[in-house]
Design a protein around this ligand. Structure first.
Ligand SMILES: Cc1cc2nc3c(=O)[nH]c(=O)nc-3n(C[C@H](O)[C@H](O)[C@H](O)COP(=O)(O)OP(=O)(O)OC[C@H]3O[C@@H](n4cnc5c(N)ncnc54)[C@H](O)[C@@H]3O)c2cc1C
Length: 443
């Protein structure tokens, strides 16, 4: 009886599959290039000195220890031999499978904008977030030592989806706080955060009223929001922006954070499987790849074309790639990844039991984004609609939404130590807000 399951990716989707298979008597191998899971929704807080890197990382070996029959293999998968059912690693090793769950996530897409890949900072991994943090503080120190330049204290954030909005809000708060408390020799008026969005509005996945509230909150924090503006080029100390009103404009800036696009990772592109324009692997409604009933693809790397959900877009602004198909694709968010990962696990159990497979049905539990202290937005359906349907939703904004956002993120973090640490960090920051940012070094 086939019993070997290999799960590639220890993110939201892969861990949900492992959880669903727990105790089923299968030999499960969880594979990841890192030996920890990263809680991506709080990466921007690591980048803006709100949290330690260790607060949002959880050791995968600790996790699989709880699951008796699951083992962990650290390694970067660079090929999959579907004919002989073998996952191959960069280090030369291989693992055989009877069932494969591919949950390798996504990475940043720069849509071919000249200079973007070379000069922009993305926030997809802990290393990215720590890199952004180091850059912000070294720019502040440089400005303090040598005097500010027009580029030195300007940070541009590209992409007005939830990730860009959260990042811009947190950066604005960090700079205001840092300059008024810690770098008193620098004039706070010189610090600029510019948020650039190609479309005429922010937060395309949210209700318009909530998006307008987010815009007001960003402006209150002195974020310069440029809507209907395209990025033409990125250089080492400037970006070129274009809009119908102003034409091409050069903006000097010392740091550019790219939060505009998502592409499936490197692995997906070398598997010779059907892909969308944005590089996601096309799956059927069972989450299978065509003609490979033993292979499931879940989470950000999967494009479930057959599915219709009542929430169209993901975290980033849809400026390319699969943007045209966004309404028919599952959004690249934690909940779709968790639900699909769990579904794949349950389908493997059905296959083993000789039962017919069930199509995947995504239930929208709502979306949230935070702009800063005591300012967040949330849209939660009153009931959980099935695919294709839509339900009226409750819309929250302000302190209530912010408290809900804090509570949800603490509850969904992996590990009691991490939850306690984040709770302590946030509480401490709330009461000691006016004392300035803390110095946090390394992970
Ligand atoms: C900055 C940011 C903020 C976000 N905020 C939110 C939010 O507030 N709410 C929300 O719902 N969603 C948010 N998201 C989206 C959410 O994090 C993703 O949708 C979710 O992580 C997808 O889960 P996944 O399991 O498919 O992929 P991931 O969580 O990315 O996991 C993929 C795993 O595969 C591993 N891997 C990749 N390639 C290989 C390989 N070749 N070999 C071995 N291992 C490999 C990676 O190391 C990783 O651990 C955010 C994303 C980002 C980047």
């Amino acid at each position: 009886v086939p019993k070997r399951v290999v799960i590639v990716g220890g993110g939201f989707a892969g861990l949900a599959t492992a959880g669903a298979l727990e105790g089923a008597g299968l030999e499960v191998t969880l594979v990841d290039q890192h030996d920890y899971n990263t809680f991506q929704p709080l990466l921007y807080q690591v980048a803006t000195a709100g949290l330690n890197a260790g607060d949002i990382a959880y050791p995968l070996r600790t996790l699989v220890r709880r699951y008796g029959s699951t083992r962990f293999r650290r390694g970067t998968v660079d090929a999959i031999d579907f004919a002989s059912r073998k996952v191959q690693f960069e280090d030369g090793g291989a693992v055989e499978y009877d069932y494969l769950v591919l949950a390798s996530g996504a990475t940043t897409s720069y849509f071919g904008v000249p200079g973007a890949e070379e000069h922009c900072h993305a926030i997809y991994t802990l290393d990215d977030a720590l890199g952004v943090r180091a850059r912000i503080f070294s720019q502040l120190e440089r400005a303090s030592a040598l005097g500010p330049t027009p580029a030195g204290l300007t940070i541009a954030v590209i992409g007005g989806g939830a990730t860009g909005v959260e990042m811009a809000g947190a950066l604005a708060e960090l700079l205001t706080l840092a300059l008024s408390t810690t770098y008193k020799e620098l004039d706070p008026a010189l610090a600029r955060v510019v948020l650039v969005e190609q479309r005429e509005r922010l937060l395309g996945a949210f209700d318009e009223g909530l998006a307008r509230y987010a815009l007001r909150q960003l402006k209150r924090r002195r974020v310069e929001v440029r809507l209907g503006v395209e990025v033409l080029e990125v250089g080492s100390e400037h970006i070129v922006l274009a809009s119908s009103a102003e034409g091409a404009v050069d903006l000097p800036c010392g740091l550019v954070v790219w939060a505009a696009g998502v592409a499936a990772g490197k692995l997906a592109s070398c598997l010779d499987l059907p892909m969308t324009r944005g590089g996601r692997i096309v799956v059927d409604e069972m989450l299978h790849v065509a003609n490979r009933p033993e292979v499931f693809v879940v989470g950000d790397v999967a494009a479930a074309l057959a599915l219709r959900t009542n929430s169209g877009a993901g975290r980033t602004s849809s400026t390319g790639g699969d943007a045209g198909q966004a309404a028919s694709l599952l959004p690249q968010l934690a909940q779709p990844a968790i639900q699909a990962g769990e579904h794949a696990g349950l389908q493997i159990l059905r296959l083993r039991a000789g039962q017919p497979l069930e199509p995947f049905v995504y239930r929208d539990k709502g979306t949230m984004a935070t702009i800063g202290r005591r300012a967040a937005i949330a849209e939660v359906p009153l009931w959980r609609p099935r695919s294709g349907a839509s339900a009226p939703s409750v819309r929250l904004r302000g302190t209530l939404a912010w408290l809900a956002w804090l509570a949800l993120h603490i509850v969904t973090l992996l590990g009691r130590r991490n939850r306690a640490s984040v709770l302590l960090n946030w509480s401490w920051r709330y009461v000691s807000w006016r004392r300035g940012p803390r110095v946090i070094i390394g992970g």
